[in-house]
Design a binder for this molecule. Structure first.
Ligand code: FES
Ligand SMILES: [Fe+2]
Length: 354
């Protein structure tokens, strides 16, 4: 990796799909972290994510190749090997299953029905956990999703959480102010800030939001923002889930969820006449629309920018340097390359690193 290049697949938890879409489709295949993967679920709703390569003779396993799920097992379209949720081959049509036939499976974790899989450098097991599910239940509306695909990198998109200057400059937010210090705890970065945001709605009226937000960055594939909007009295959550597709493109999955708006402190366009559930659903749809609108402003820059490992920072850049140091943990040096380097060093092939 040269100095001004980021490795495209940093270690972490990355979004795959939702439990709801998996239950509906039974089996999906997609490009993820430079691989083709399949995800499927059994009748008990347990899901599995694996590389889409059969250990027998290498067939793809997704629906396009003829892969299917039968009795909770993934069945290869080529010779009918069957794999259980742990990826182990448990049956073949004409002979006992070979013990060595196992899929490359990725550990999974579900947060409010969103399925994430762990990508470990050199196959390392999970080094940290995603946060527990935030409180949900009847008071919260359904999650809404939107996916954007563009040329980018998850470190660049997650940097937004600490880049206060761009909030003003790119998004035009007013009264941007950091609240407390950015804190780091292993893979968990916490950044709180206030801002005001104006949005004209269909050119007729202007909505002003007065927002307090806390961004939790938990690795580079999972950013979760909790916010409170003061003028309406509205609480919500946004997720920004960056997932490398193929080493160049990323999928940025935007997710929005609002708490039921029962007694808005002020009128919200024409929404106050709607029953609270419908009012919240409509507002959630609007929030996702606003989120996409703002992210598209970033995408114009992200998709064309170059990574600068030694940026010329100014005082208003705040914690970008701190964020960059936090990110280093997601590019661990594989153990055997460390061993090789030490061996080379003692053999005089390589000078010691600073
Ligand atoms: S290639 Fe999958 S069963 Fe033969
Ligand atoms: Fe942004």
């Amino acid at each position: 990796m040269s100095e001004d290049t980021l490795s495209p697949f940093p270690e972490g938890w990355y979004f795959v799909t939702t439990a709801k879409s998996l239950r509906k489709a039974k089996l999906i295949q997609k490009a993820w972290m430079g691989l083709q993967i399949v995800a499927w679920c059994d009748d008990r709703g347990r899901s599995s994510v694996a590389e889409s390569v059969c250990p027998h003779l290498g067939s793809e396993l997704g629906p396009a190749a003829g892969g299917r799920v039968r009795d909770g097992c993934l069945v290869c379209p080529f010779h009918g090997y069957e794999f259980d949720i742990a990826g182990q081959c448990v049956a073949t049509p004409f002979a006992p299953p070979p013990r060595t036939a196992k899929l490359r499976v990725f550990e999974t974790r579900e947060v409010l029905g969103m399925i994430f899989a762990w990508w470990g450098i050199d196959g390392r097991p999970p080094q940290w956990s995603l946060p527990e599910d935030p409180p949900a239940g009847a008071d919260w509306c359904e999650l809404r999703f939107q996916t954007l695909r563009f040329r980018g990198h998850p470190q660049e998109t997650s940097e937004n959480a600490v880049d206060m200057a761009h909030l003003r400059y790119v998004h035009g937010y007013g009264n941007v102010g950091r609240v407390g210090a950015v804190t780091l705890d292993g893979a968990h970065l916490l950044s709180s800030f206030d801002f005001k945001r104006n949005q004209s709605v269909v050119g007729i009226t202007n909505l002003t939001f007065d927002v307090s937000a806390t961004a939790h960055v938990v690795g580079l594939g999972y950013s979760f923002v909790e916010f409170h909007e003061r003028s309406i009295g509205m609480d919500g959550r946004l997720w920004v889930l960056a997932t490398p597709v193929d080493g160049t493109l990323i999928d940025l999955v935007l997710v929005s969820q609002l708490r039921r708006i029962r007694n808005p402190k002020r009128p919200i366009v024409g929404l106050r006449f709607l029953p609270p559930a419908l009012r919240t659903e409509t507002m959630n749809w609007l929030m996702l629309y606003f989120q996409k609108h703002d992210v598209m402003q970033d995408v114009v820059v992200w998709s064309r920018k170059r990574y600068r490992s030694r940026p010329s920072l100014c005082r208003s850049d705040g914690e970008i340097g701190m964020y960059r140091r936090y990110c280093r943990q997601f590019y661990p040096v594989p153990e055997d390359s460390t061993r090789r380097r030490v061996a080379n060093r003692s053999a005089g092939y390589e000078s010691a690193e600073p």
